[in-house]
Design a protein around this ligand. Structure first.
Ligand code: FES
Length: 151
């Protein structure tokens, strides 16, 4: 749960500046890894804007997430090349270790697990990416060691 005093401070810093709304949302996103309904309501109220306008910006830009996100983003490729080389087994191993399903975030908000279709590194498949760092030719037994680097 966000600290509303902190949200208010972010709003106060950027209120009235050009592209203030987007910048404020970006800062809240950076700090909490997502935009909660409460945070968006607060921004609308403090800036005197309709909530629909805040929602419009929040859903327009891909950088914003309306779902809680973990501090670390784990992406497993399930494109054809990675799939046939065992991408699904990587997903299952991560799900088992972190006790989340693909698309979910751990309760401590440390990790979000997602799957994608082809990240353009098929020769390295199966590929797992953590916070933008690529791990190619991954096998399930190596997953735990990789995750430990981020815990
Ligand atoms: S299918 Fe995984 S990188 Fe292309």
């Amino acid at each position: 749960m966000e600290d509303m005093a902190r949200i208010d401070a972010i709003i106060a810093d950027y209120r009235g500046k050009t592209s203030g709304l987007t910048t404020i949302l970006q800062h809240i996103q950076d700090e909490y890894n997502y935009l909660s309904p409460q945070a968006m309501e607060r921004v609308a109220e403090k800036l005197g804007l309709p909530l629909s306008q805040v929602l419009h910006v929040a859903t327009f830009y891909k950088a914003f997430s309306l779902e809680p996100r973990g501090k670390h983003l784990i992406t497993v490729c399930l494109g054809t090349a990675c799939h046939v080389r065992g991408g699904v087994r990587l997903v299952e191993q991560i799900e088992r270790l972190l006790k989340v399903r693909a698309g979910e975030t751990t309760p401590d908000r440390q990790f979000t697990l997602e799957t994608v279709n082809c990240v353009g590194s098929c020769a390295l498949g199966p590929v797992m990416i953590v916070d933008g760092e690529y791990y190619g030719k991954m096998i399930p037994s190596k997953v735990e060691r990789v995750l430990k680097k981020y815990q």
